[in-house]
Design a protein. Structure first.
Length: 364
């Protein structure tokens, strides 16, 4: 960890200044640890916003009816048009504490030893933040009544009442017409605000491939491109990998893209990079892997068009560190690692999910 050259004798300033010097790298490490947020930052609609009550995302749900062919002095259609509206997404806030007790201070007295302790504490907070972000966005959280299959914005502590960012399984639902407002728009009322969905019935490689191709094509219809990112659990990814002939041709070798996706092996499916994540939930049986809640019995693949999604972060709260302070009721110094942002979508029809994929070997 870099140490500033102009350290003061003040212990709190020493800790805060050192931590602040490391903050940019820690911010990148956390954001790039999640495959969705890393990909969105590099290739998708990522932006920083200067606060505001909530995040407004303009979207088009119908084309203009005024398009026409004309000649010379022909009359042009100037009929006022509808078809433009906005989705609204609330801010989500995440936090991880970095604390050093007085006992730890005394056990690690001296500048070099206390900085080594701070480095260990910072690495712990960074790892915790990575897991929290992945649990929020990739894993999600099912409702108390699992039968309804709704994945919610995961909360860090069950009793906190706070809401995290929308997980993939809520943005890309297995019941697109569910009467739940996503971005303040209800898919049960507006058919244009429904993602693509299919449940697998394949028992052979040919059937599995056809289902994947069909879902990809459904998400490609219309304008604004095709899926460029697919995220699944390991089994769905391995079954595709295992059935490929000359699989070397399907491994993505683009160094930049591989770095963005964490250096993991990525497969090319049509024009999409396909990666796996260990906390992808089983959306068919409403089971999540996080915290050992539920047992995953079927695999899931999300089809993502990065131009149809939004990843927005508050410009002043992007995994920042607060100065170290002493709480009134603790004999310790505490700094908070803070994030404020949201996951959103602007064209839900360009997103899809294939669930219920058998986790037994698919035959040839």
């Amino acid at each position: 960890m870099p140490v500033p050259s102009s350290l003061t004798d003040d212990f709190d300033a020493l800790l805060s200044t050192t931590l602040r010097a490391y903050q940019p790298r820690m911010r990148d490490n956390i954001t790039r640890s999640n495959k969705f947020t890393a990909y969105m930052e590099e290739y998708g609609k990522f932006r920083k916003q200067d606060g505001g009550e909530r995040i407004q995302i303009p979207l088009m749900y119908a084309q203009s009816s005024t398009a026409d062919i004309y000649s010379g002095y022909g009359t042009l259609d100037t009929t006022p048009q509808d078809g433009i509206t906005s989705a609204f997404f609330d801010w989500a806030q995440l936090a991880v504490s970095i604390s050093i007790a007085r006992k730890e201070e005394r056990q690690n007295s001296g500048r070099s030893r206390i900085l080594s302790l701070l480095e260990a504490k910072t690495e712990q907070a960074e790892a915790t933040a990575k897991e929290l972000l992945n649990n929020c966005i990739t894993a999600g959280r099912i409702t108390a009544s699992a039968a309804d299959g709704q994945f919610l914005r995961r909360i860090g502590r069950v009793d906190s009442g706070a809401l995290g960012p929308y997980p993939l399984a809520a943005l890309i639902d297995t019941l697109p017409s569910r009467s739940v407002a996503i971005g303040n728009i209800n898919g049960s009322t507006y058919s244009w605000w429904r993602n693509q969905f299919a449940s697998s019935a394949a028992t052979t490689w040919a059937g599995y491939k056809n289902e994947l191709v069909n879902m990809y094509n459904l998400c490609t219809k219309g304008t604004n491109g095709a899926p460029d990112l697919m995220i699944s659990d390991a089994v769905a990814w391995e079954q595709y990998w295992g059935a490929l002939a000359n699989f070397e041709r399907f491994i993505i070798t683009d160094a930049r893209k591989l770095q963005v996706l964490g250096g993991t092996t990525a497969l090319a499916f049509m024009k999409a990079a396909w990666v796996w994540d260990e906390v992808i939930p089983d959306v068919e049986t409403n089971a999540e892997i996080v915290d050992a809640v539920g047992t995953v019995s079927a695999s899931t693949v999300f089809f993502i068009n990065s131009q149809a999604c939004d990843f927005v972060v508050d410009s002043q709260t992007d995994w920042i560190n607060t100065p170290f302070m002493r709480p009134e009721n603790q004999d310790a110094r505490v700094s908070q690692l803070l994030w404020m942002g949201a996951t959103g979508i602007n064209n839900r029809r360009k997103l899809g999910v294939l669930d219920g994929i058998t986790r037994t070997a698919i035959t040839a």
